[in-house]
Design a protein around this ligand. Structure first.
Ligand code: HEC
Ligand code: HEC
Ligand code: HEC
Ligand code: HEC
Ligand code: HEC
Ligand code: HEC
Ligand code: HEC
Ligand code: HEC
Length: 428
């Protein structure tokens, strides 16, 4: 009796095992990979990579563009026309508007389809004749004021063509009318950095080798290739593939960026976004700056200093692996104590080596990523160039020539003066 029972259990177990196996085998790898590769969305990746999803969700990448029909809380400020109008009046008085105030289009809250951003500023997407446009109002978070944005030509600048690929994932522009198109999800989703994931997601977990083969892991690319993924968006320039597009149309993670995109420069005539010394004046140009740095030559890339997603990510601003200047000290154990280092009693590496000289919403709200200290002489030689020192020593009566002279005197003294600098970790 006992024996037959045992056999029965064994048979049942075997049957279970067999059915388990056959359900695995029924997934045909060749069939999956013969389909065109498509975008499946971050929600799909979540089902197997919950910890990556969770840590990505707390970064601004996941929040860049938000569908307000799905999330009303995406608005970081009320769309109150009286308040907006009052701020625009001030701009009009200063001559900052490109249109008479009463001719400017102010979107109503229920006309807004998507919000863009929340860190430095927020912009709003509206639809007109089936095309998505960036409406001409912008809210700046630091000052809490409204400013105009292309108030005169906003309806000639389609969002998907001008900005789409950097703020949403899986954009496909319409072949006949590139002002229109589709995207797989708003925001910078998993597949913006890992490539379209339909093959990878459809393969069974047991097909480990094929799973790895069908998705991009930036950590397994040569460093110079991996950093171009970040460079495809933290950049400014023109598409080589699509007329009128400002993002890298056709580029996908793992490819070389250059065939798809030409970055801007002062030398090419862009005085609006770059200083004469080719340091960035405008935002989303971290890659352009970094290309000029000693860090690039040494293989110190974006992900050496920033985590893009990681469980237990430190609570720093902008996902630096350590807070502010402490992140420099993880590699630079000791600085020489001559030059500017000997003059100052504090260790604000970021203050001098990553001065806030670029602009997103208000001037000087973005850090330089060349990592080079700009001395007063930089500005003395060309007043259009900024310097690091005046981000602190900025009193109007601070004489730059005097500051440079004092710097040279003090910096040439037989150092060291004082102790080796140690940063303060403000998060502890
Ligand atoms: C059905 C489950 C499943 C889904 C859905 C899934 N993955 Fe994976 N993923 C895996 C497994 C299993 C591995 C292999 C883990 C290992 O190598 O140990 C993996 C590995 C990876 C890797 C590392 C590859 C390597 O070579 O190291 C990346 C990157 C990745 N997945 C991204 C994604 C993205 C992006 C999505 C959504 C488009 C996604 N995954 C959806 C199961 C899944
Ligand atoms: C902004 C770019 C970016 C986005 C968005 C992004 N990743 Fe990654 N991911 C990376 C980079 C870079 C690495 C390599 C990390 C490293 O260098 O250590 C990576 C590594 C991974 C790995 C490999 C295992 C590991 O931890 O190293 C998995 C799995 C993964 N990502 C899944 C996801 C999923 C799922 C999402 C969306 C929820 C996502 N990623 C969104 C850039 C991104
Ligand atoms: C598809 C475009 C895209 C790619 C690829 C991309 N980024 Fe971003 N990144 C953005 C946008 C857009 C924002 C601004 C999001 C916001 O403020 O809402 C951003 C923000 C950031 C921030 C500030 C984050 C925060 O939460 O405040 C860091 C740091 C960053 N990116 C690093 C990286 C790194 C490192 C890579 C490469 C591994 C990368 N990004 C790849 C578009 C991209
Ligand atoms: C080449 C890629 C690229 C293009 C094109 C681009 N952006 Fe961005 N944008 C970024 C990145 C990266 C960031 C975040 C990093 C930064 O600002 O330095 C950003 C930041 C922003 C922010 C601020 C986000 C925040 O949280 O404060 C807004 C708003 C924005 N972009 C709107 C636009 C609009 C509107 C367009 C089109 C007219 C556009 N961008 C074109 C890459 C791009
Ligand atoms: C040597 C370290 C280092 C490297 C390399 C680096 N960053 Fe940063 N990044 C920082 C620090 C430090 C900050 C300022 C953090 C703070 O304010 O606390 C920052 C800020 C940022 C910000 C916020 C906006 C700003 O500029 O102030 C973005 C976006 C960003 N980095 C993207 C990138 C990208 C993309 C790359 C690669 C092209 C990169 N970073 C390379 C250290 C680095
Ligand atoms: C992942 C390691 C790493 C981190 C983090 C790092 N650096 Fe570096 N840095 C290097 C390496 C490697 C070099 C090149 C060799 C050298 O000079 O030590 C370098 C070079 C430099 C140089 C140029 C030296 C020269 O000879 O011209 C400066 C300046 C610099 N780093 C500043 C910083 C600052 C500021 C930070 C923090 C925002 C920082 N670094 C973070 C690794 C790092
Ligand atoms: C008061 C401004 C100032 C501060 C603060 C500052 N530096 Fe420097 N640093 C300079 C100047 C000026 C130079 C020489 C020009 C250059 O390379 O940018 C320099 C040079 C360097 C170099 C290359 C020369 C060398 O020592 O090998 C490194 C690396 C460096 N600094 C790292 C740091 C780190 C790390 C911190 C924070 C602990 C820091 N600096 C803080 C101004 C500063
Ligand atoms: C992060 C803010 C900050 C930056 C950036 C900065 N300084 Fe200073 N500087 C100070 C402060 C604060 C003092 C007062 C002394 C101290 O606390 O170390 C000072 C003092 C000085 C002194 C007077 C020292 C003395 O003994 O009288 C000189 C000269 C000087 N800085 C030159 C410079 C130069 C040149 C640069 C650019 C390379 C620069 N500083 C960048 C904040 C800054």
């Amino acid at each position: 009796m006992r024996k037959t029972c045992f056999i029965h259990v064994c048979v049942a177990l075997l049957a279970l095992l067999a059915s388990g196996c056959s359900s695995g085998e029924s997934v045909n790898v060749a069939k999956i990979t013969s389909q065109p590769k498509a975008f499946v969305g971050s929600e799909n990746c979540k089902t197997c990579h919950l910890e990556h999803y969770d840590s990505w969700k707390i970064t601004n990448h996941s929040r860049m563009a938000q569908d307000v029909t799905k999330n009303k809380d995406a608005f970081i400020v009320d769309i109150n026309h009286k308040v907006i109008m009052a701020d625009f009046k001030k701009l009009e008085e200063k001559g900052k508007l490109k249109m008479p105030l009463d001719k400017i289009y102010f979107p109503k809250k229920d006309e807004i389809k998507y919000t863009l951003g929340n860190e430095w500023k927020q912009r709003y997407i509206v639809e007109k004749d089936g095309v998505l446009y960036i409406s001409p109002i912008q809210f700046n978070t630091e000052t809490g004021r409204w400013v105009n944005y292309h108030d005169n030509d906003w309806d000639k600048r389609p969002w998907l063509l001008k900005c789409g690929g950097c703020h949403t994932t899986g954009v496909k522009l319409d072949k006949n009318d590139p002002s229109k198109g589709t995207f797989s999800e708003p925001g910078v989703g998993c597949e913006a950095c890992h490539g379209a994931g339909s093959w990878h997601a459809a393969l069974p977990k047991t097909a480990l080798f094929e799973k790895r083969e069908t998705i991009i892991n930036p950590a397994k690319l040569p460093r110079g290739t991996a950093v171009q993924i970040c460079g495809s968006c933290h950049n400014r320039g023109k598409s080589t593939m699509q007329k009128g597009a400002s993002w890298a149309v056709g580029y996908t993670p793992g490819k070389a960026l250059e065939p798809f995109y030409v970055s801007t420069s002062y030398a090419s005539g862009d005085k609006k976004h770059v200083y004469p010394n080719e340091f960035s004046k405008a935002h989303h140009q971290q890659y352009i700056d970094w290309l000029k740095s000693e860090h690039r030559r040494e293989g110190v890339t974006c992900t050496s200093c920033h985590s893009v997603h990681e469980l237990g990510m430190p609570a720093t601003r902008f996902q630096t692996k350590a807070a502010g200047s402490a992140s420099c000290l993880t590699c630079h154990k000791q600085q020489n104590s001559n030059m500017a280092h000997s003059i100052h009693s504090f260790a604000n590496c970021v203050g001098c080596h990553m001065p806030r000289i670029a602009k997103s919403a208000e001037s000087a709200d973005i850090h330089s990523h060349v990592f080079k200290t700009l001395l007063p002489s930089e500005t003395i030689n060309n007043p259009e160039n900024p310097n690091s020192c005046q981000t602190c020593h900025r009193h109007k009566d601070d004489n730059l020539v005097e500051l440079q002279k004092r710097f040279e005197e003090l910096a040439s003294m037989p150092a060291p003066q004082g102790k080796v600098m140690q940063p303060v970790n403000v998060y502890k």
